[in-house]
Design a binder for this molecule. Structure first.
Ligand code: C5P
Length: 402
């Protein structure tokens, strides 16, 4: 369970066509362990029945200041205070304009005026409305005041036009809520994460690969973004979907990974190399599929060394914080300590991949953190998401000490 577990989300639904998608958002927030309390504008109640929101959220739905549909005492203040995070999805031009100018004339606009919780606004409307300079000015006003504005998706809209204005997918909205709740430990930092294994081609259909799933690196990228960093994920993982709020650069081989990392190194503050990079690649890649019939004897694969990307980064390090991973099957701490010195790292995450519930392709991990100038820290058995949180916390400490 993540940062939303046990939190109360007050979800404002205003009268855009995307209001139906907010039903899915209620479910997704609940899946994360949050309680959801819905406030609908009168317009929204003409599009979706408040009963649906009540059934899905299991809580009363507020639609008016004056009715008796809610069981909250001085309802707008009670809800404003209850909120750990406040979301408006979809947010129409109307509610955006009202908030930006301080109008409080219905339940939603009044409650939002009374809250001190972080607020996420997800605009969704026709492209021309969204691009209207007044709406854009209002959104900028909200951003300047610290509201979290989620960029709408571009695409075909319900009104038939094509352009920006679509409510983003539920996972993007949930992520925005998580980001609003997080402490912002890496705000303003540029973080580069590598994840997954590399594939080294033998011929057009065969390759040398490894068992890395990319789960650890993806969890790190997600957590860094949640904590406010601008994150690029250089990934060799094939099976994982792009995490919300992260730029993903897909690569196949070690040399492609090296090029993708090198191109961004100068402008990066923190590099976390969770990828399982192949140490060797075939010396030659056959142009055509190697045929059984053409080889009486089994062919011999000649290997050459791949660049050690992390080592190279350590040599060129100026202002960057460098974090490496060590997957060992024996003498874990001893080998890890050597690696931190040899590769000029600031931190190393060592895991023993010989254990069944740690390392490759599991959802859990047992790791030890090693630092350049501090004692090793052995972590308990944790989920990879929890390990990612601890890594980012430690990295944020290192960045603070700079
Ligand atoms: O030396 P070893 O391969 O065990 O070091 C592991 C660390 O170095 C990991 O952080 C991995 O991403 C990185 N690495 C690399 N380039 C390689 C091999 C490993 O960047 N060719």
């Amino acid at each position: 369970m993540g940062i939303l577990a046990g939190k109360q989300v007050v979800l404002g639904v205003s009268g855009g066509i995307a209001a139906y998608k907010s039903l899915l958002l209620v479910r997704a927030l609940e899946k994360e362990g949050a309680g959801v309390h819905v406030i609908m504008t009168e317009h929204a109640t003409n599009l979706v029945s408040p009963r649906l929101f009540r059934e899905l959220s299991g809580n009363p739905v507020s639609t008016t200041m004056w009715g008796d549909v809610t069981n909250h005492h001085v309802a707008h203040i009670a809800l404003a205070t209850l909120a750990d995070v406040f979301m408006i999805a979809p947010a129409t031009a109307n509610i955006i304009g009202k908030i930006a100018s301080g109008i409080a004339d219905d339940m939603l606009s009044t409650t939002i005026t009374a809250t001190t919780a972080p607020v996420v606004i997800a605009p969704a409307m026709n492209t021309n409305m969204f691009c209207n300079p007044v709406v854009q000015r209002n959104l900028q006003t909200l951003r300047d005041l610290g509201y979290h504005v989620v960029a709408p998706d571009a695409g075909e809209l319900a009104c038939g036009t094509v352009g920006a204005g679509r409510l983003p997918d539920t996972d993007v909205l949930v992520f925005a809520a998580e980001q609003a709740l997080a402490a912002g430990l890496l705000r303003g930092k540029r973080v580069l994460v590598t994840a997954g294994g590399t594939r080294e081609a033998i011929d057009p259909v065969r390759y040398i690969g490894n068992r890395s799933s990319g789960k650890m690196g993806y969890a790190i990228a997600r957590e860094a973004a949640r904590q406010g960093a601008q994150v690029t994920l250089v990934s060799g993982a094939e099976a994982l979907p792009d995490p919300a709020g992260v730029e993903v650069v897909r690569i196949t081989s070690a040399r492609e990974m090296e090029a993708a990392v090198a191109a961004r190194y100068e402008t990066t503050d923190i590099v976390i190399k969770a990828a399982a990079v192949a140490d060797y690649r075939p010396a030659e890649v056959a142009a055509q599929k190697i045929k059984k019939e053409a080889n009486e004897e089994a062919p011999t694969l000649q290997l050459v060394k791949n660049p050690d990307i992390l080592y190279g980064l350590g040599q060129k390090k100026t202002h960057q914080i460098l974090v490496g991973f060590a997957a060992e099957t024996e003498n874990l701490l001893e080998n890890a300590a050597k690696k931190i010195a040899k590769k000029n790292l600031d931190m190393l995450v060592a895991n023993n991949v010989a254990e069944p519930d740690a390392g490759f392709n599991t959802d859990t991990n047992r790791v030890t953190f090693l630092f350049r100038n501090a004692e090793p820290e052995e972590l308990p058995f944790l989920s990879k998401d929890e390990v990612a949180e601890r890594i980012i916390r430690s990295v944020a400490e290192l960045a603070k000490a700079r």
